[in-house]
Structures are given as structure tokens and as C-alpha cells.
Design a binder for this molecule. Structure first.
Ligand code: DC
Length: 217
């Protein structure tokens, strides 16, 4: 069974998808982490961000492993390094690149081909797994999403202001919704859940209920 969770940044997808996968005994896939990992690799080399071919080559050649909660690039654990404000700000260079997207879509489908999966991202229901048995679209208001991201960054010691996070989130939303190839949109057969005012526990409970109802259909 494939469960897709798509939605804008800060809607609570990662935590919800991870906890839901654990409850169901499914594999969890954080596809944003894959775009982030390619961005980190490019930043380390470094390459010119405008060089789309070099970016595509990195996606083809790098060895990307998502094991449990950890992300490895060419054997190096990059789980924390891909979450910095700087990498978040540059990830659109990977996400906007059609060749990078094609490569990651291929990897995501491989992962979903032989196991039950809860996968989260922007294009999971629309592009990667259009035949998924259960499609969820998770959202929340701008303020709530930015507050979550701000609290998360601050808890990891990053010196950012709330206004800065809100402004970058707006830019990211514009890019995510406007992306020509693989842009964020709600699939017609997705169920929308607004997480404003919900605790992470409330969200996972609600999603588990939805998945159980998908399983009965
Ligand atoms: O979910 P996240 O914040 O970790 O995602 C990082 C970026 O990657 C986000 O700005 C959009 C992009 N992304 C994407 O284009 N497609 C996906 N399936 C997942 C993430």
C-alpha cells in the first residue's frame, strides 16, 4: 500500500508521515530530504548553481541512502547538515531541475515498488504515485507553518528571526506552487487536512483514521 502526504513547507508532513509509518509498520520516505541532499552535495563541491547539467550529474552519480531516520550521501551521514537555513534556501536549484526530478522520481518509485510506504513531499500523489491507495494533502495557515519552522530552527541553534522565516517561506511557497515540472498541487482524489490548532499527536491520529478508511475501500 502507498500512502502519499503532500503539502506546503511547515504543514507538519515530516513528523506526521514518520509517526504514521511507524504506527502502520510501513517504510517512511522523506522526499524533500533527497532534494536537500543533492543541494548539499552541490554546495560542498562547489558548483555554479546556474549549471543545471552539473546538478543533474550529481543526482545521477551520488549514492543516496535513506535508512530509518538517517540520510547518507556517498556514505556520509548528512541528516543534520541538510536541514540548515542555508541549504533550505538553495534547495530550489535541485527541485527546479527536471533532470534531477526525473532521477529522484525513479528512485522514489523503486523504493515504493516492493514495500508498503508512507511518502511525503510535493508531487507524490500527482506525479510519483498517481495510483496510490491513500492520498493526503496536509496544510496549515502561513503563520502557523512559519512558527513551526522558526521553533524548529531555533531549537537547533540557528540565529534566525520569525520575519525572516516567514519571508523565505513565502518565497518557497511561490516556487513550490509555481514550479512548472513537479509543482505542488492537490490531487483531485486527495483528502485535505488542515493542521492549524492540532498537535502532532492529533495529526497522526487523524491520518491513521484516514488510512484505515482507505484500507477498507
Ligand atoms: O519538504 P522539504 O522542506 O524538506 O523540501 C525541501 C524542498 O524540496 C522544498 O522547497 C520543495 C522541494 N521538494 C520538491 O520539489 N518535491 C518533493 N517531492 C519534495 C520536496
Amino acid at each position: 500500500m502507498i500512502v502519499t502526504i503532500d503539502g506546503p513547507a511547515g504543514a507538519g508532513k515530516s513528523r506526521a508521515a514518520r509517526d504514521l509509518a511507524k504506527k502502520l509498520g510501513f517504510r517512511f520516505l522523506d522526499t524533500g530530504a533527497m532534494y536537500r541532499a543533492i543541494t548539499l552535495k552541490a554546495a560542498q563541491l562547489p558548483i555554479d548553481w546556474a549549471d543545471t547539467e552539473a546538478m543533474a550529474r550529481i543526482a545521477q552519480e551520488m549514492e543516496l541512502n535513506l535508512t530509518g531516520d538517517r540520510v547518507f550521501v556517498d556514505g556520509e551521514d548528512v541528516t543534520d547538515a541538510i536541514r540548515t537555513f542555508d541549504i533550505t534556501t538553495h534547495t530550489h536549484h535541485a527541485a527546479d531541475n527536471p533532470a534531477v526530478r526525473d532521477r529522484l522520481v525513479e528512485l522514489q518509485r523503486q523504493i515504493g515498488s516492493h514495500q508498503d510506504l508512507v511518502t511525503e513531499g510535493r508531487d507524490q500523489a500527482t506525479v510519483v504515485f498517481p495510483k496510490a491507495e491513500c492520498k493526503i494533502y496536509l496544510t496549515a495557515s502561513d503563520e502557523v507553518r512559519a512558527r513551526r519552522r522558526y521553533d524548529d530552527l531555533r531549537s537547533r541553534g540557528e540565529q534566525v528571526t520569525f520575519e525572516e522565516v516567514l519571508e523565505k517561506q513565502l518565497e518557497r511557497d511561490t516556487r513550490d506552487f509555481g514550479r512548472e515540472y513537479g509543482g505542488l498541487r492537490k490531487a483531485e482524489d486527495s483528502i485535505e487536512v488542515n493542521t492549524d490548532g492540532m498537535t502532532p499527536e492529533d495529526v497522526v491520529r487523524e491520518l491513521e483514521k484516514l488510512v484505515r478508511s482507505c484500507q477498507r475501500q
